[in-house]
Structures are given as C-alpha cells and as structure tokens.
Design a protein around this ligand. Structure first.
Ligand SMILES: [Zn+2]
Length: 418
C-alpha cells in the first residue's frame, strides 16, 4: 500500500490523503483549505482519476463533517461513492439550508468497528471524540500493511469514552500512524494544558450565576458537544435554553435522545429566531421549518421581560446589534464559545467593538476540538506504530521531539510506502 498526502503535511485544514494498492485507490477526506476565501476556486488535488489520469478512486471516505475535510466534495465526480457516518451526513444535510452543509448523497455509512471492503482495502472505522458530530478515525489494511488515520480527534470532549475505548482496545499491528497535530505548534512544542468540555460547563455555570441579565452564547450550531455542555450548565444555573433554528435543526438531525431538542419532551428548551433566519425562511418559503418549533418559540418580549431566565445558544452573531438596541442585553453577557482567532477577523472586531461600546462583557468559554499533546502521546503509546507521520499540523518538525516513536515527515504530493 502506498500513500500520498495531497494537503495537510504542513497545514491545518484542506486535508486529503490518497491510498493506492494493486492499482486501485481510495481517498480519505477532501477538504477545502482554511486559507481559501469564500468564493475562491480551489482545484481538486491531482489524485489518480481526479486531477490526474487513471481509474476513479473506489471511494471517498469522509472522516467527519467539518468543511476543511469535505469542502471540495461538490467538485468530486458523482460516480465516486462517498462513505461517512450516518449522523455526520444527516447533520450536513440539515446544515445545507443555512449555507454550511451539503447533501452528500452518500453510498454508505461508516460504523464503529465494523469492517468494510473496498477492492484490496479493508477499512475499520473507530468512533472519535471530536467537535464534529459522528466523527471517525480509520484503520486501513491492504496487502498485509496497516495505516491508522486519526482524522480529527481529542480525548477531552463529551465522547471521551470513545477515545478511552480506543486506548484500551487498540487495533494491533499498525505500521503507520497518520496523526493530526493541530495543537502541536512551533511556539509551544511542550503543549499547553487543555480544558475539557466539563471545565467549560463549570465555567458557564459561574457566568450564568454572576450575570443578572440575558446570557448569549455564540457557538457553532454544528458543535453538538457544546450544545450539550451549554444545556447542562443552563440547568445547573437554573436558566432555560433558547436555540436558533439552525441549531434546532442540527439537534433534530442527530436523532439522538440524549441531545437537547426543541420539543415538548425537553421542557427547558425553546427556540428564538434571529431576524436573519426569519428572513431566510420567508424567502425560501420554508415555513414547515418554523411550524416544527411553533409551540416552543419565544419572541423579543420574553427576553425583555425576563432576561435572567434565558440562555441563548447558537449562531446569534447577526442578532447582537438588535439585542443591544432593544435593551435585551442590559446587565447581560455575551459568551464567545468559538476559536479565539475568529475574533481577529473583520466580523470579530466589529462584535468586540460593539459590545465594548454597549458595556456588555464578552466572556470566553471554549475548548479545542483537537487533542492535547498528552492525549496524542497516549494514542501513540496505545497504537505503538512502527512509524508516526504528521498531518493537519503547522509544525510537523516538532513531532520528532514531542514523541518517543520514529517520526517520518512526508511532503504534500509525495508517494510513500506504508
Ligand atoms: Zn474537524
């Protein structure tokens, strides 16, 4: 089995890996680079049967539903079958209406520790703890050689048991561990300690208790782990939760009974629609979406009369100006529950300024979707591979000092043997 990383050898995002055995190929992830601007055209990587001549790949395996792993799929020829987790595919379908998803029209679904055959390849998915819903790592075997691709993973999220299970019962005989190293950085090779989702929950409870007005938590609607964290904290802080339509549809798409839903079964969960989403529904004539949540919908008056009752969670960035103007955020707080880096872009700067001018505190409660150095080390020890190859990192050269195992660096576009 041969491998080439098409993108990710020296960058975070845009991941794509090609595997070849006996003249057949498989593609793992087909991401859009994080540096690409919204309308920028990014060509498909020159994989066999895609950008380069040859038979089409047997399949594209998508590890999880983050755009830096799936964003080039719209350019994939439709006769290449796509496999991913069922939950991940459903979440992406639900997100399409809101401009952040896609209907993959997938050919099949990855299931935890269930082998699938693609020509000479045998693939075994391992459920991963990550900030995207229903994420997998992938063990790929061909011609007696084994490669374990982590995809994106962590050990401090709400599915930390999935990570623990992998450590306790790892696959045997892995030759190459192709591991993401988002949190390995040039300036901090030793790695900082990382808060868990449970730490974030505790911190949120404090903010809810210390705030006498409304609390708005700005987060990714697709970060289902964070929704659960914010909900659990709301119960402990004795507040009700109101989510936007996008988050409500993502939660419904998970079809998990343990995920908070806008439904009569969840007596402390409600819906509040930002103006932008109300307009979108109207323009698209998608009134069934609003009908689904009608009985549990709250309006501006409710936020104004009883602000301390509520936590808003979701994609509310566009609504902050209006909430300030109405007075709904008087004595309130806004929680930034996203990567801090987004605060440096134009929208983030506008938000920071707007809140400062209105005297509304901007509080940070967030944790990484990616493994700490300590958890990466646990994984390397558990899998005990012959060689470790970095991907999805800006500092591959730091791997050699960070890990005891033999590290091999491979550039984008270079073929190498497993
Ligand atoms: Zn990811």
């Amino acid at each position: 089995m041969r491998v080439r990383i098409h993108r990710g050898a020296t960058e975070i995002g845009g991941s794509c890996v090609e595997l070849e055995a006996g003249g057949s190929t498989l593609i793992l992830d087909l991401g859009r680079p994080l540096w690409a601007s919204r309308n920028e055209e990014i060509p498909l990587p020159p994989a066999v049967g895609l950008g380069a001549p040859g038979p089409k790949p047997l399949a594209l395996l998508l590890s999880h539903g983050h755009q830096d792993h799936w964003g080039l799929i719209p350019q994939l020829p439709s006769d290449v079958p796509i496999w991913t987790g069922e939950g991940a595919a459903d979440v992406l379908r639900a997100a399409e209406f809101f401009g952040s998803g896609i209907d993959l029209k997938e050919a099949g679904h990855l299931q935890n520790r269930t082998e699938i055959e693609f020509g000479p390849f045998t693939v075994t998915p391992y459920l991963a703890d990550h900030s995207a819903f229903d994420a997998f790592s992938l063990l790929i075997e061909a011609g007696g050689r084994q490669l374990f691709y982590t995809g994106d993973f962590r050990g401090h999220g709400r599915k930390d048991q999935a990570f623990q299970w992998l450590l306790d019962q790892p696959p045997a005989g892995v030759h190459v561990l192709l591991m993401e190293g988002t949190n390995i950085r040039r300036d901090s090779a030793s790695g900082e300690s990382i808060e868990s989702e449970t730490d974030v929950e505790h911190a949120l409870v404090e903010t809810y208790k210390n705030t006498t007005g409304l609390v708005v938590v700005l987060a990714s609607a697709q970060n289902v782990d964070r929704l659960v964290t914010v909900y659990r904290a709301a119960l402990r802080g004795d507040r009700d939760l109101a989510i936007d339509l996008y988050t409500a549809e993502i939660a419904a798409a998970t079809r998990r009974e343990t995920i908070p839903q806008v439904s009569p079964d969840w007596t402390r969960v409600f819906a509040y629609l930002p103006t932008r989403q109300r307009v979108k529904v109207k323009q698209a004539g998608a009134f069934d979406k609003v009908r689904n949540i009608r009985d549990r919908r709250i309006y501006d008056e409710e936020l104004l009369t009883r602000p301390a009752r509520w936590v808003l969670f979701g994609a509310f960035q566009s609504q902050i100006a209006s909430l300030i103007k109405q007075g709904a955020l008087a004595d309130g707080a806004v929680v930034w529950s996203l990567w801090d880096g987004y605060l440096s872009d134009a929208g983030g700067k506008r938000l920071t300024k707007m809140l400062a001018e209105a005297n509304v505190p901007l509080v940070h409660h967030h944790t990484s979707g990616h493994a700490s150095l300590a958890d990466m080390r646990h994984l390397v020890e558990a899998l005990n591979p012959d060689r470790l190859v970095p991907i999805h990192t800006e500092a591959p050269e730091q791997f050699a000092t960070a890990f005891q195992h033999p590290v091999e660096l491979h550039a984008d576009g270079e073929w190498w043997d497993v």
